[in-house]
Design a protein around this ligand. Structure first.
Ligand code: XIL
Length: 554
């Protein structure tokens, strides 16, 4: 049974589209065609969140928004504080501008968002339960109703971010005033206002299989069993290269698909600790490619929307201090490696490159200090057509080798190494199609002892915990040597199944279960006996009370 009936307008439009497809020349998408051409060939949408002001004022912004994307989401213009700033006073000027732009460019609009705890005016938050429920129903009915007969607007985020990271319903003013029933009521009101619109629940930190995504899974399953019209689940996918990629993303999408809902990536961006460099860009590109490939691999995944497209306009620097460069064009509208990754993933299958790059030369070390070294090697070549994408540098460690770094050039500077330690390292090359070369021969070097018997220690304390997570604060880093240190690197191991969800006062990167924490600019200098601290948060399978171990400092 389909939950969607089709209005006569939509049937006519669908017929017109089929006719156009019949009349227009067809054939494989050209390799350099825009993203939307490749996405359409795969039966998916590729979307972007649009901001009202550059859309009105910048030609370059408008042109890319129109040509590259087949779907748009209003970054802010459809939120409650824009559409109903005072009770009963509706203002659709910003929202209409985006919808009209989309109509002109043959794009679909995903409505974002009806019921959220943020960007909702104070007048809503202070209402009594009865008044709040009817204000919510009226808001949904007016906003969804405004676009119900407009075929450009096809779907809505009905509720946004209703869970906290430990998988409990968020104690927002909605929940505190109305209890859990507001969620089902919101979906019913949206269905009543537009029986044809696809209705979604949307959230963040739900890409992997974890307590929060499982809570959404259980809620969607139970709402649908009760006949509540939930058609779709949105995964915001605000990722950060320093926290690792959720490798079970595709598996997670697939388990939701098995509930009978559509899934979609709704707010993709991949931020990095600034400044941007080629290595971070390459890692970011891998994340983008993985996300697009996960959606392509799951039939029920309708498409991928990026939260903006140019680094000139992104919420990241304002929200995550010291981080940025999260999108696929730079601030001058130049394509980044992340653009190429999205493009090539969407275009995958139209050009095939089965040939891996040649094996890189043996890495040789120079400028070896107590905690750093530079490596160079003879470059690989790639003849398969997709081109050389970069190199991965590993430390040989027996069963699981450690990724020391990535580079797009045939050299790398390694930092954060341990003093008086022998390193055996090898390099392998990647191409644009994801083919990997054989490992190079091993290069060997030994770090020096370090000035003045320098050394440091680290130890962490669990400050608070709950069933599905905990905070480690402080991790105390102490200079136990006799001379000052100018930077430190702490490593520790997370128990199996535990994942890092946040950190402060250090930059954390994750490889497998090994976490590497490096000082920030302001807390790297430690005089002998001086200490500094950082902290982090972890989510864990409910009730698994193991804690991180094996703190080392160098
Ligand atoms: C963000 C916008 O990008 C910012 O411009 C605004 O100031 C705050 O909201 N999850 C969501 C989005 O669902 O609505 C948020 O958008 C980003 C996080």
């Amino acid at each position: 049974m389909s939950v969607h009936s089709s209005s006569p307008v939509r049937v006519l439009l669908a017929l017109a589209g089929m006719l156009a497809a019949f009349l227009l020349p067809t054939g494989p998408a050209h390799a350099s065609a825009p993203l939307r051409t490749h996405a359409a060939a795969k039966g998916k949408f590729i979307g972007a969140a649009l901001a009202t002001s550059p859309l009105a004022n910048e030609t370059a912004y408008r042109n890319l928004a129109a040509t590259e994307f087949s779907q748009v989401t209003a970054e802010n213009a459809m939120k409650w504080d824009s559409t109903e700033p005072s009770q009963g006073q509706f203002n659709f000027s910003g929202a209409d501008a985006i919808v009209n732009f989309a109509t002109q460019n043959n794009q679909q609009v995903h409505g974002h968002t009806l019921v959220w705890h943020n960007q909702t005016p104070g007048w809503v938050q202070g209402l009594s339960a009865t008044a709040m429920r009817s204000a919510m129903q009226n808001h949904i009915s007016q906003v969804v109703g405004h676009y119900a007969s407009n075929p450009t607007v096809v779907s809505w985020d009905v509720v946004n971010e209703v869970f906290d990271d430990s998988g409990n319903l968020r104690t927002s003013f909605w929940y505190n005033t109305l209890g859990q029933s507001y969620i089902a009521d919101a979906f019913r009101a949206a269905r009543a206002a537009d029986p044809d619109a696809r209705l979604c629940i949307n959230d963040y930190n739900t890409e992997g299989i974890n307590a929060k995504s499982t809570a959404i899974y259980n809620l969607v399953s139970s709402l649908r069993q009760q006949g509540v019209p939930v058609d779709c689940v949105g995964f915001q996918t605000h990722l950060a290269i320093q926290y690792g990629f959720p490798n079970d993303f595709q598996q997670n999408l697939q388990r939701f698909a098995a509930l009978g809902v559509q899934v979609r990536i709704t707010e993709l961006d991949v931020r990095m600790v600034m400044p941007r460099d080629a290595t971070k860009d390459a890692t970011q590109a891998t994340y983008y490619r993985n996300v697009v490939n996960a959606c392509l691999a799951v039939t029920a995944c309708a498409g991928v929307t990026i939260w903006g497209f140019t680094d000139k306009y992104s919420w990241v620097p304002d929200t995550f201090s010291g981080q940025g460069a999260a999108l696929i064009y730079d601030e001058n509208y130049q394509q980044k490696p992340s653009y190429t990754a999205v493009h090539d993933a969407l275009a995958g299958g139209t050009t095939t490159d089965p040939t891996p790059p040649t094996t890189p030369g043996t890495p040789s070390a120079g400028n070896v200090t107590s905690n750093s070294a530079s490596l160079t090697w003879t470059a690989s070549t790639d003849s398969g057509g997709s081109g050389l994408a970069g190199y991965d540098v590993y430390r040989e460690q027996g069963a699981t080798d450690q990724l020391l770094g990535q580079s797009t050039a045939n050299s790398i500077s390694l930092t954060g190494l341990s003093p008086s330690t022998q390193y055996q390292v090898y390099v392998r090359a990647r191409d644009g199609a994801g083919n990997v070369s054989a490992n190079s021969a091993l290069g060997t070097f030994t770090t020096t002892a370090g000035p003045g018997g320098g050394g440091c220690t680290a130890a962490g304390t669990v400050q608070t915990q709950w069933a599905t997570g905990y905070v480690v604060q402080p991790v105390t880093v102490t200079n136990t040597g006799t001379s000052a240190i100018t930077g430190w690197t702490v490593t520790f191991t997370l128990p199996a199944g535990h994942t890092l969800t946040g950190s402060w006062n250090a930059t954390l990167t994750v490889s497998g279960q090994t976490v590497t924490a490096k000082n920030l600019a302001y807390n790297g200098n430690l005089a002998p006996n001086a200490s500094t601290t950082f902290g982090y948060q972890v989510s864990r399978p409910s009730g698994n009370t193991q804690t991180p171990s094996g703190y080392t400092c160098a």
